[in-house]
Design a protein around this ligand. Sequence first.
Ligand SMILES: NC(=O)c1ccc[n+]([C@@H]2O[C@H](COP(=O)([O-])OP(=O)(O)OC[C@H]3O[C@@H](n4cnc5c(N)ncnc54)[C@H](OP(=O)(O)O)[C@@H]3O)[C@@H](O)[C@H]2O)c1
Length: 262
Amino acid sequence: MDLGLKDKVAIVTGGSRGVGRAIALALLREGARVMITARDPARLQAAREALARESGADVQAFAADLEDDAAVRAMVAATIAGFGHFDIVVNAAGSVNPADFAALTEALWPSVFEQKLNGYVRCLRHAIPHLKTRGWGRIINLAGVGAREAGAITIPVGLNNAAVLNLTKSIALLMAPHNVLVNAVVPHIIDTDRQDETMSLLARLTGKPEDAIRKERLDKLPLKRMGRPEEVAAVVTFLASERSSFVTGAAWHVDGGAYHGI
Ligand SMILES: NC(=O)c1ccc[n+]([C@@H]2O[C@H](COP(=O)([O-])OP(=O)(O)OC[C@H]3O[C@@H](n4cnc5c(N)ncnc54)[C@H](OP(=O)(O)O)[C@@H]3O)[C@@H](O)[C@H]2O)c1
């Protein structure tokens, strides 16, 4: 199937690692040109070089912390300066830590939303004016199953991801008149660095051994295994493509059957 992605330009936040990196590679392999962004400049540059080698395609990188509004604005401007325009935005940067609710003091609470939601909002705020001028566009926001399943020590995860789903639906309504389709992808237990960190954090918070946490979490999954970043990337790539032309405001689960709701 020709996905019609040749020469489309995509911004992929969190493109230096994990799911974001796999998405960047999948888009590049379909002929898109890609701007990747993340904080650590050395890791970002290494990812850019590796992605260019693996795909033989045009990939650029711009280091930006999504907590810094001016840096996000500069990253979007650098994309337009480098490629002339962009058509696709994939928000995949950041991940949310489980936490003991009692530890989330008044002073710490705002930082909960800096882990993920606020960075997505900043990126959309700066990208949307340009996307509106194009007459064709795609936005894909990575959420997480915590959006729909509450947990006593995953309150920050749940709130960020639930807000991402609400944001996705609202931006889909805002952008429909501009032919910009906006969807969420909802992964669960994907084999990335972050997933390893989450397993150890959950072990610390529950006092259970890490192996037991890992087994417990995987046993709950109908497919009984972690997902691979490429499996998320395949769905994102379809939603970013010309072939996905009547899907907007949707949330596609890539979760091994984890979510049991209808
Ligand atoms: N892995 C899973 O099982 C899973 C499950 C559910 C949902 N998700 C969602 O999928 C997305 C990707 O997850 P992942 O597992 O691939 O995460 P990851 O391995 O931790 O990678 C996160 C990426 O985001 C970048 N990043 C983090 N904070 C940033 C910031 N403030 N500004 C700019 N870049 C930032 C990181 O680079 P730097 O550190 O260099 O900035 C890195 O490139 C996230 O939205 C996550 O919540 C993942």
